[in-house]
Design a protein around this ligand. Structure first.
Ligand SMILES: Nc1nc2c(c(=O)[nH]1)N[C@H]1C(S)=C(S)[C@@H](COP(=O)(O)O)O[C@H]1N2
Ligand SMILES: [Mo]
Length: 320
């Protein structure tokens, strides 16, 4: 009898190993020569040359923040991911759909001045300068797991503050039910945004109770220093019980609204990326098995936990 080799559940097949953007990549390939031409022209003409290194010296404001006190309410069941591994394997489609290239390309992002507008159904709409935010809000460090829908995961120390602390400053109105966040739109710093057929700028959303949950975090730093561009500098969302695509990077706008907003990935492919996107090992994804995950760096395979292990904090939001 012929020996048939049955793949183990954690052996990820070729088809499954395609990136989050497989759908987009096909179309990017077709338009690739156009994109490449424009991107190369931008590089050659030398607009906004990238700074030489990843970590510019700390500003006076940043010197007061780092290292931020660790909030020990959030501990891990696993080792932290190596910093260099986390910094070299990034989904940030504004810059590239190749994770290994994002780090270099994201150096083009101009990070100052940086304004964060908070508007919509709020009593006191405001636009904050990022440095004012850094001075105003008490910063802490939290160790969180992050689970990407592509079935890999990492564990990293974020520095920042709960989103709730920021929302309370603008006084959410009683009609607000959801929060919509938006990333910058700068196609000449972020060549991925030249793909005009994709729904740029990147947007994401949460329900208001999700946004006000204690776990929902705005990160301005990682591994004890300001976010490098590829992690979503200068400020990004972190919702650790949801798939990574909810944790929108480089936020410029936060709006309180009275409906569920459309979002980037949900618009690209609603069947693959739902709005709620809670980590759930029992709900299979069309391309990636969701019962297991591989830690980047160590390649350790672990069982994926419901709500990514944060059920105690958030299951009540979903009647659980
Ligand atoms: N603006 C923006 N935010 C984004 C993304 C993106 O492409 N653009 N990718 C998301 C995805 S799919 C993941 S897994 C995480 C990765 O975060 P990290 O690079 O800091 O690990 O960022 C999320 N936030
Ligand atoms: Mo992701």
């Amino acid at each position: 009898m012929a020996h048939i080799r049955i793949p183990r559940p954690w052996e990820i097949s070729e088809r499954e190993a395609t990136p989050e953007s497989a759908f987009m990549t096909r179309r990017r390939f077709l338009a690739g020569s156009l994109l490449a031409t424009v991107a190369t022209a931008g590089l050659v003409s030398g607009c906004s040359p990238p700074p030489a290194n990843d970590a510019p010296p700390l500003s006076d404001i940043e010197k007061k923040i780092y290292p931020a006190p660790r909030n020990n309410a959030y501990s891990l069941d696993r080792d932290l991911t190596d910093e260099a591994v986390a910094a070299g394997y990034n989904n940030f489609y504004e810059f590239s759909d190749a994770k290994e290239d994002v780090r270099t390309l994201a150096r083009r992002l101009i990070q100052r001045p940086w304004a964060v507008e908070i508007s919509g159904l709020v009593g006191k709409p405001r636009t904050f300068d990022i440095d004012d935010l850094l001075k105003t809000l008490p910063m802490e460090e939290r160790l969180y797991r992050l689970r990407c829908v592509e079935a890999w995961s990492m564990a990293v120390p974020w520095t920042g503050f709960p989103l709730r602390a920021l929302l309370e400053k603008v006084e959410p109105g009683s009609r607000a039910t959801h929060v919509r966040m938006t990333t910058f739109y700068r196609p000449f710093q972020a060549f991925g945004q030249l793909a005009f057929w994709e729904p740029w700028p990147y947007t994401e959303g949460l329900t208001l109770p999700e946004a006000m949950n204690e776990l929902t975090f705005m990160a301005v730093g990682v591994y004890g220093h300001p976010l490098p561009a590829q992690h979503g500098a200068p400020i990004r969302l972190v919702v650790p019980w949801k798939y990574g695509y909810k944790s929108i990077k480089s936020v410029v706008k936060i709006e309180l609204i009275d409906h569920a907003p459309s979002t980037f990935w949900n618009t690209v492919d609603p069947l693959e990326y739902d709005f709620t996107a809670n980590v759930d090992p029992k709900v299979p994804h069309p391309r990636w098995p969701q019962s297991r995950e591989k830690m980047i760096g160590t390649e350790q395979v672990r069982l994926t936990l419901p709500y990514n292990g944060y059920g105690r904090e958030v299951a009540h939001l979903y009647g659980g």
